[in-house]
Design a protein around this ligand. Sequence first.
Ligand code: G3P
Ligand code: MG
Length: 247
Amino acid sequence: MPTLPAWPYPRTIAHRGAGRLAPENTLAAFRLGAAHGYRAFEFDVKLSRDGHSFLLHDDTLERTSNGHGPADALTLAELQRLDAGAWHSPAYAGETMPALATIAAYTRANDFCVNVEIKPMPGREAETGHAVARDVRRLWQGTRIPPLLSSFSEEALATAAQTAPALPRALLLDHLPEDWPARLRRLGCIALDANHDCLDADIIACAHANSFRVLCYTPNDPVRVKTLFSWGIDSVITDEVGLISPV
Ligand code: G3P
Ligand code: MG
């Protein structure tokens, strides 16, 4: 049996804080995920115009805030003046886009685990990989369980690996190219983080045989999650924090 890398992460991870029940990637979402018993959180991080790491999924501001245009056209201070909650529901009006430092303080105070998805603006892959890895290393220094870095951008992950080689990494893949094990190996990843639709028992077994852990996004059906666990998946990242009991 090959030796698998240590896997200290909970088997259930809340996607973007609390999935769709609260405005994604806000502190309110993390608090709601935590209220449902979740102790691990995935979230998306990119850089503001002035180079600060902050939480946002999209490249543009329209869908999840009252701002407009490219997310990195504004400084962190300008981004934090936007309303990132009213789009979701009136109860969340006034939520703000958190700086990475805010989420570090919150998750550290509660001893929660994190999966930091590096989500660069187009053209800023290497810069974002470097800056986010540097910030994560500093902000989570000395924590019992290190943050897991992940990205769809191999360039960002490669740069993160140079900046903070000790931080564990996972490559995000929406579909599995034939050479996925070689790609993971090249980036020094400990895990494959795949769209759950492209996984089956054989792929998970193959990953484990290659000494990779496996996590997946974003199974939201409890039956599907049960199947993934029966196949030996290491962790699932889900939106359905109310339906899928934390493990
Ligand atoms: O990190 C897993 C998942 O969040 C990747 O997809 O688009 O929801 O960031 P996305
Ligand atoms: Mg994400």
